[in-house]
Ligand binder design. Structure first.
Ligand SMILES: Cc1ncc(COP(=O)(O)O)c(C=O)c1O
Length: 317
């Protein structure tokens, strides 16, 4: 017997014609998630804009990114949070980790339910002295108590998922975990890749406004690849060490680009507070985050494609 969702699926099929979803099931929320036909139009628009606008393309890029940020601000009931974009959550997480004092506080509390992006990286950092403590995640109350008992002055961060990627189970004690982290002065990073657009969350009501979030647009948001965000609180004072080579952004912009003065005017008008320069390792893409505090507390990013072999210096660092 045909179900309501069969009708919905049939209605969606024509919008996913290139992935041929009428004959293949590709709505699993994983890396083989089908793209809608509109994504191809978006890619075409991107190339057309780049070819037409050349160095002015950043204006269009900033406008598009702002649309995504506004969606996230609304979804998470988070008008005051900052959202910076990158091509994947791993790049954002590594940059964030580089802002922690892992020498004095080498311990990171995490769980047995984390996605490889986080768990593999933390295990790998153990080779240089970081001490990931992997707590059992299967019982929420037990995990809360374990975090409580492990929090001490050697702990740099607590990092865990809101929805566990293997089981789809929801972590129900985040508010309490955030509270004990707050009391201990330890930042809480939440991987919400499987939560966005699936399990609604008001950061304000849940008392998570001072927490950090990683989210990705590839799956349930249907934003296509390379639209991941790190959410951080407005009063964040963390300064990443993974900076990229644009240490002297002003000099570089003025010397190397015709649009330098335009960009500098924009930057100044945004009353720039922080700059996080994040070097990504794929296809010579260099990203600069310009995080500003203007009247709407908006977060801007300019993504510069540059022929620069970033992967070598990144992996050495
Ligand atoms: C829970 C979770 N976190 C993160 C990611 C993505 O990691 P990255 O953006 O580093 O590729 C995924 C992707 O499958 C995921 O399921």
């Amino acid at each position: 017997m045909s179900q309501p969702f069969d009708h919905l699926a049939k209605d969606l099929q024509p919008h996913y014609s290139r992935f041929d979803v009428a004959n293949r099931l590709l709505f699993t929320g994983h890396s083989h998630q089908a793209w809608p036909d509109a994504a191809f139009e978006g890619m075409h628009e991107y190339e057309t804009t780049v070819a037409r606008d050349v160095d002015q393309k950043w204006i269009a890029a900033a406008e598009k990114t702002e649309i995504l940020r506004n969606y996230l601000r609304r979804y998470y009931d988070d008008p005051d949070g900052y959202w910076c974009r990158e091509q994947n959550t791993h790049v954002l997480m590594v940059s964030w980790l580089s802002s922690l004092d892992l020498v004095r506080k080498p311990v990171i509390l995490t769980t047995s339910g984390e996605f490889h992006s986080m768990s593999r990286q933390l295990r790998s950092l153990a080779k240089i002295g970081v001490e990931p403590v992997i707590l059992d995640h299967t019982e929420d109350e037990t995990l809360l108590q374990s975090i409580r008992s492990h929090l001490n002055n050697r702990v740099s961060a607590v990092m865990l998922s809101r929805i566990y990627f293997q089981t789809a189970e929801i972590q129900t004690r985040l508010t309490e975990i955030a509270a004990i982290c707050r009391d201990a002065g330890v930042p809480l990073m939440i991987d919400d890749y499987h939560g966005t657009n699936v399990v609604p969350l008001s950061l304000r009501e849940a008392g998570l406004e001072d927490c950090y979030l990683l989210i990705g647009g590839y799956k349930y948001l249907q934003w296509g690849e390379a639209n991941c965000f790190l959410r951080f609180p407005g009063n964040c004072s963390l300064t990443p060490l993974i900076t990229g080579w644009l240490l002297r952004l002003e000099v570089w912009i003025n010397q190397k680009t015709k649009t330098g003065s335009t960009l500098m005017r924009e930057i100044k008008s945004l009353r720039l507070l922080h700059m996080i320069r994040c070097l990504s390792s794929v296809r010579h893409r260099l990203s600069i985050f310009l995080i500003s505090r203007d009247s709407h507390r908006r977060c801007w990013k300019i993504n510069i494609v540059h022929k620069f072999s970033s992967s070598r210096s990144f992996s050495r660092g």
